[in-house]
Design a protein around this ligand. Sequence first.
Ligand code: HEM
Length: 256
Amino acid sequence: MESTFNRATNFVTRSRVWRSFFRHGMPDNEMDRSLVMTTNIFFHLHPVKVNRRSLRVTYSFGLGIISAILFLTLTVTGVLLMFYYVPATTLAYSTMKDLQTTIPLGQLARNMHRWSAHLMVLAVILHMVRVFYTGAYKPPREFNWLVGVVLLLLTLGASFTGYLLPWDQLSYWAITVGTNIASYAPVLGSTARSILLGGSEVGQNTLIRFYALHVIIIPLGLILLISLHLWRVRKDGGLAGQEIPEERLEIASLKE
Ligand code: HEM
């Protein structure tokens, strides 16, 4: 006799609402399986066929996806922080202190934002190292490697600009030292420093510039380039992991 659970499952999965979201049942042939992939926006991120070896957790350690999830966490917590933070030299520090001491869950939102930022830098660097050691930067993926380099720079830029926002001694002096280092770059160094600072020293102009870069320009750049990066992974046929022919595995005694 059909169990209550099965009946409930059938009732839900045969309903019109369910079928308007999930248009294919459990596919039992290759054609239907590829249809499921190409007609679903989330599955569509993967190519219809992927390399079996690249699916192993130890191939990519999911570091790219981990970086993307950390970016999402940063966006959500960052928007929450924006409800309180005021980018003015007279208010920035006290609004940060209020967030930590009086606003419900403010400390949690701030810590999540800070920790995710540190972890994202680490995850992106490890992801880049993984791509390098698996040789996944080779043709046809060179362009995506370049997109990745810009993503790394934007990730570091987001951390650098965010560092000034609490407007405490640490941020003030870190940005003073950081922008001084930038001024030693050949030819454009001192111009870059004045553009970043909005003057000759760290002040209100710098704070508002760093804020605009931190909450709008860099995140927009990241969203656009992460989308391009993922789309390229798909168009390049998924992750690079080459299938190793059986005979070679045997010769190298690598067979599991
Ligand atoms: C915001 C930073 C980044 C995000 C969110 C991101 C995301 C991803 C994701 C989700 C994948 C799919 C595979 C995986 O999970 O490993 C991927 C693949 C790839 N990424 Fe990134 N990535 C970032 C930065 C970088 C950097 C810094 C580089 C190198 C300079 C890079 C180069 C590549 C390449 C070449 C692939 C294809 C790898 C393969 O075919 O095996 N990415 N990325």
